[in-house]
Design a protein around this ligand. Structure first.
Ligand SMILES: Cc1ncc(C[n+]2csc(CCOP(=O)(O)OP(=O)(O)O)c2C)c(N)n1
Length: 586
């Protein structure tokens, strides 16, 4: 179908004023999506969004729609899509239960700064507030978990509201937007004058003005430092500032550690890379946070999983914080020099002023810590002496096969921490995980979206036996639409991470963490997805290879040690320097 956007372009070429065309609100939604270069929508229909789905019937050759099996799956898929494509994810859902099923994903996208536009159907405007069938107050429910939300009751508003929605979702610090459209507005016809993208809103400043004074002060601190340390987050990836960041750390010669969401902004084997921060991050980056003299935080928000106990966090250091969101500055950690702005702009300014330096003795401290971690943790994880498989050796074998080129999507729990600790990643946008909200059930649908977001790469979801059972219905989406998603279930027959806490901090009182699973291979088979299950080391490599070589989706269950723990660990309520390497250190 020729879209109205194309018709309009043709008429403007003749330089004649375009006559308004009468279209419905629903057709205006389609035109907006096309104008915003949307290619893929994840959604689920229902009564209050039927006019939009009716319009989609005529646009389905231009707008691919993936029918998920639950609206939570739609939003996680849209998040995965946004994270691997760098574009905005788009969701359709109906009113009432359709919209409320989006809530977890919205909260997840909000805390992880993911650009998603959700279009929800709503009851007729004249029924609002009457407890109509499938009416729910989506605007009030989603206000604290969206960057912006808005209810449209008149079709004439649709083009400008959607233009704002895409602009707000993508600009500055990205985030989720909900546009709730009443059914009458979807049906209503109006004179359409074309779609104008939004690039400015008077009351909204997505990028703070860069202040040269702070760049100068930051450069001075860095140039005088003896033990500088860079910690970076997803802001580097979201700002497409990977090159600028690499140029900065390479010139300044500073060791750099990533937060879980910053992972893959630089290759995991980059010479300046010293590993992951956080409760289950690497030993050196946590410990030495409390030994550096200048801490340079870039595009990260000092989450409590990274800082541990705040009154024991980097007290000795001068802190420079580069962030696009002024609300993050001084929120958790008091900053010595705030560098507001998009790090794609601020980093080159800083790089120009910093001296080329190296810190061999300081780097040696990270190497010593790494050695200790190798001896105490990594060796047993990667090359276990017992017959029982470990999560770490699965990731090691996987690295051999992917060579670090795959997109790794993880769920939440022990497997997530192990996968992030050990995965090799050569390219940006390789680590897709629910960092802030820690949403179990995220990985399977997010992997579907990730595969659509970047079909040129292999997408591998790594999931626990518990989390997989939260959204396994999305196997149906894979069955129907056939994205190429490899699924590895690391099955320890427990809700592993909670079991670990119960063992370490609740005197082994295992309270409802023993989870029975179905035969996952049979479940996958029921959805037309081939699979296998391994529990022996001699079969692991070939099973992984068979999975990777398979042309299409595949599920591999790996039976791993039931009571293996993830270390190092910064126990909750302790400082980063109180990181432990084994149970006995508690
Ligand atoms: C939706 C949701 N409910 C509960 C939790 C709390 N939680 C965190 S990790 C975890 C256990 C995960 O078990 P599993 O998926 O088997 O992964 P494992 O830790 O064993 O690798 C639980 C219950 C959560 N993060 N998300």
């Amino acid at each position: 179908m020729e879209t109205l956007a194309i018709k309009k372009e043709n008429t403007t070429k003749k330089k004649e004023p375009a006559a308004p065309i009468s279209i419905s609100g629903s057709v205006a939604v389609m035109e907006a999506l096309i104008a915003e270069n949307v290619e893929t929508i994840f959604g689920y229909p229902g009564g209050a969004i039927m006019p939009i789905y009716d319009a989609l019937y005529d646009y389905h050759d231009k707008l691919k729609h993936i029918l998920v099996r639950h609206e939570q799956g739609a939003i996680h898929a849209a998040q995965g899509y946004a994270r691997t494509s760098g574009k905005c994810g788009v969701v359709f859902a109906t009113s009432g239960p359709g919209a409320t099923n989006l809530v977890t994903g919205l909260a997840d996208a909000m805390i992880d700064s993911t650009a998603v536009v959700c279009i929800t159907g709503q009851v007729f405007a004249h029924l609002l507030g009457t407890d109509a069938f499938q009416e729910t107050d989506v605007i009030n429910i989603t206000t604290p978990i969206t960057k912006w939300n808005y209810q449209v009751t008149d079709a004439t508003e649709i083009p400008s509201v959607l233009a704002k929605a895409f602009y707000i979702a993508k600009s500055g610090r990205p985030g989720p937007v909900v546009i709730d459209i009443t059914k009458n507005a979807q049906i209503q016809k109006f004179d359409y004058n074309g779609y104008e993208k939004c690039d400015h809103i008077r009351s909204y400043r997505p990028k703070p003005i860069v202040r040269k004074k702070y760049i100068d002060e930051a450069a001075k601190l860095i140039n005088e430092a003896e033990r500088p340390f860079v910690i970076f987050g997803q802001g580097v990836i979201l700002g497409s500032a990977e090159k600028e960041f690499t140029a900065f750390i390479e010139k300044a010669g500073i060791p750099a550690a990533w937060t879980i969401l910053g992972m893959s902004a630089i290759p995991t084997d980059h010479p300046m890379a010293v590993g992951m921060l956080g409760m289950h991050g690497n030993y050196g980056p946590n410990l030495l946070t409390n030994e550096c003299d200048v801490l340079i935080a870039i595009g990260m928000r000092f989450d409590d999983r990274v800082t541990g106990r705040l009154d024991k966090y980097a007290k000795q250091a001068k802190i420079i914080h580069l962030d696009i969101d002024p609300a993050e500055i001084d929120k958790n950690v008091k900053t010595t020099v705030p560098v507001w702005g998009d790090c794609k702009e601020t980093l080159p300014l800083l790089t120009a002023l910093v001296k080329k330096k190296t810190y061999p003795e300081w780097f040696q401290k990270f190497k010593d810590c790494r050695k200790k971690e190798e001896e105490m943790v990594i060796r047993d994880e990667m090359n276990p002496t017992s017959d029982i498989l470990t999560m770490g050796e699965v990731i090691k074998e996987l690295n051999e096969l992917t060579k670090g080129d795959a997109i790794i999507v993880t769920d939440v729990g022990q497997h997530q921490m192990v996968a992030c600790r050990y995965s090799k990643m050569n390219q940006t946008k390789s680590n897709i995980t629910s960092g802030g909200l820690g949403t179990m059930g995220y990985a399977l649908p997010a992997a579907i979206g990730a595969a659509y977001g970047d079909p040129s790469r292999q997408t591998i979801a790594i999931i626990g036996d518990g989390g997989f059972q939260m959204t396994l219905q999305e196997l149906g989406t894979i069955m129907q639409f056939k994205p190429n998603v490899k699924i590895i279930i690391l099955n320890n027959n427990f809700l592993g991470m909670v079991r670990q806490w119960q063992q370490l901090f609740h005197e082994n009182r295992y309270s409802f963490v023993d989870i029975t699973s179905p035969d996952f291979v049979q479940v996958a088979k029921g959805f037309g997805i081939p699979g296998n299950s391994v529990s022996k080391r001699e079969n692991l490599k070939s099973a992984l290879k068979e999975m990777i070589d398979h042309n299409g989706s595949y599920l591999l269950e790996v039976m791993v040690g039931k009571e293996n723990n993830v270390f190092p660990m910064v126990p909750q309520g302790r400082g980063v320097a109180e990181i432990i390497l084994c149970k006995e250190d508690l």
